[in-house]
Design a protein around this ligand. Structure first.
Ligand code: FAD
Length: 470
């Protein structure tokens, strides 16, 4: 009852602070903010507030805190673990960062760029390129996901092998704390040993410790020579041997090394128009990307020679930028093709690269015995030890019913095996609502306690994205 009394006053105050057009409450208007990309989580918020700048964000957080109402930060809403969707119906404010979409500054001599949280990843890449630089984070949702979301999930993607996760690409952050204070930590320094590296707390925190409003990103030289190839291999062991050979031969020119099972490409061909696997008939494929900032580096020749030395079963080397794009489009369409095929049980796991083959050899029979007829959709960023190991319903089965009935059992098998091989049950998507309970089985009590103490220290009232991560 107390909540229902103070909520109208809060909504009035938010409208006063942001303008009525930027505080949505009608069900039809808030619906796009209330459902996640995979349509697994849906919960209507009390309202969607869309501030235009950092001080408006601070205002919203202060007003909500005064009313005891929780905040759910949301960027592009492409997250895959339900982190940006309210955990309880009608009681939380979704704080959309999409209007904070300014590139504030590019410092060419320092090779850095200061951008607001709602800038999409693609817009950040474009701004860097226009200034003659590369911002290397790259993932299939880049047209919609935002820098704030990338930072809050410590996003990975296809170039981690060379450039690292988002965590390694950020020099400074600006954050609105749970009590509404603004922390300007927008430092542009590559060296700054002045105590705890506080920005790291907010990277990968999934909005549970504060709202990121801006960040300083590292920029890199643009690639001036590139080569892309699809290579067919007999199994994951052969793929790992190939990765090792390419690294030895080509060093950090190797920017991407993706592994895909043939079934993934079959799904893409079935569901996405004009997609074709140029090397049909093999069980596994590696997508290889080389980049070099020096112009005229004969990368294609070097890649071809390395592939020949490695004796891959078959390979298609892109002869043009269009062909290279087509190979990457195959890879980037796997998630969308899976979605069009139906629901499946998702696993985003990481392992030491040296344990990936053993994982695949053991996981297949485990799932086969527990869920006869289930189809495995396995692909991932092999160079980073990151596998998306998804379990789809048998052909003709009702996929929603299959997932509802078998999710817990399948994930338990996969995650226990990952854990026994020193892996992680979340490589890059985070914990959100999906793995919040599950993680308690795999992290030590000491580590869980440390995480809870950090949360308690920064957000003692538990108003920042409750029901997620911890
Ligand atoms: C097709 C597809 C492919 C993908 N591929 C990859 C991939 O290769 N690698 C990868 O890592 N991820 C991938 N993702 C997942 C997703 O794109 C990333 O997690 C992305 O970083 C989320 O950004 P977003 O702006 O959409 O965040 P949202 O989904 O809006 O939010 C994600 C989390 O961050 C929090 N958050 C968002 N903005 C802020 C902020 N400003 N301050 C504080 N907290 C905030 C939210 O509360 C939530 O917990 C993929 C998703 C899709 C749909």
């Amino acid at each position: 009852m107390a909540d229902s009394l103070r909520e109208p006053a809060l909504l009035d105050a938010l409208r006063g602070a942001l303008g009525a057009a930027h505080v949505l409450t009608a069900a039809a208007e808030v619906e796009p903010f209330a459902v996640d990309w995979r349509r697994r989580y849906r919960q209507l918020p009390l309202a969607v507030a869309s501030p235009a700048n950092s001080s408006e964000v601070a205002n919203v957080v202060r007003l909500a805190a005064a009313a005891g109402v929780a905040i759910v930060p949301q960027g592009g809403n492409t997250g895959l673990v339900g982190g940006a969707i309210p955990a309880t119906a009608g009681r939380e404010i979704v704080l959309s960062l999409r209007r904070l979409a300014r590139v504030r500054a590019i410092d060419a001599d320092n090779a850095t760029m200061t951008v607001e949280a709602g800038v999409t990843l693609q817009a950040a890449q474009d701004a860097a390129r226009a200034a003659g630089y590369l911002f290397p984070l790259s993932l299939a949702a880049e047209g919609s996901c935002t820098i704030g979301g990338n930072l809050s999930t410590n996003a990975g993607g296809t170039a981690v092998l060379r450039f690292g996760n988002m965590r390694e690409l950020v020099l400074g952050v600006e954050v609105v704390l749970p009590d509404g204070q603004l922390w300007d930590g927008l430092r542009r320094l590559r060296k700054d040993n002045t105590g705890y590296d506080l920005k790291q707390l907010f990277i990968g925190a999934e909005g549970t410790l504060g709202v990121v409003t801006a960040a300083v990103l590292k920029l890199f030289p643009l690639a001036r020579s590139s080569a892309t190839a699809l290579a067919a291999v007999v199994d994951a062991r052969a793929a790992i041997a190939l990765l090792r050979e390419l690294r030895a031969a080509l060093g950090d020119r190797l920017t991407g090394f993706e592994l895909m099972h043939a079934d993934c490409l079959r799904l893409v061909e079935r569901h996405i128009p004009q997609q074709r696997n140029p090397l049909p008939g093999h069980p596994w494929y590696c997508l290889i990307q080389l980049d070099e900032s020096a112009a005229d580096e004969p990368l294609s020749e070097r890649l071809q020679a390395a592939l020949e030395r490695a004796r891959v079963v078959d390979a298609a080397l892109a002869q043009s930028e269009a062909q290279a794009r087509a190979l990457w489009t195959l890879r980037e369409n796997i998630s969308e093709a899976e979605r069009l095929e139906g629901f499946s049980i998702k696993h985003d796991v990481s392992l030491p690269v040296s344990a990936i083959a053993e994982f695949l050899e053991r996981a297949g029979p485990l799932i086969g015995a527990a869920l006869p007829g289930a189809r495995i959709v396995a692909f991932g960023h092999l160079g980073d030890g990151n596998l998306h190991y998804n379990v789809a319903a048998p052909a003709q089965a009702d996929s929603a019913e299959f997932v509802a009935r078998n999710s817990s059992a399948a994930s338990r098998l996969v995650h226990d095996l990952v854990h026994s091989l020193d892996g992680s049950i979340s490589a890059e998507h985070g914990l959100g609502q999906l793995k919040r309970e599950e993680i308690c089985r795999y992290k030590s009590e000491v580590e869980l306690d440390l995480m809870r103490r950090v949360k308690q220290a920064l957000d003692p009232r538990g108003l920042m994205n409750p029901g997620k991560l911890v």
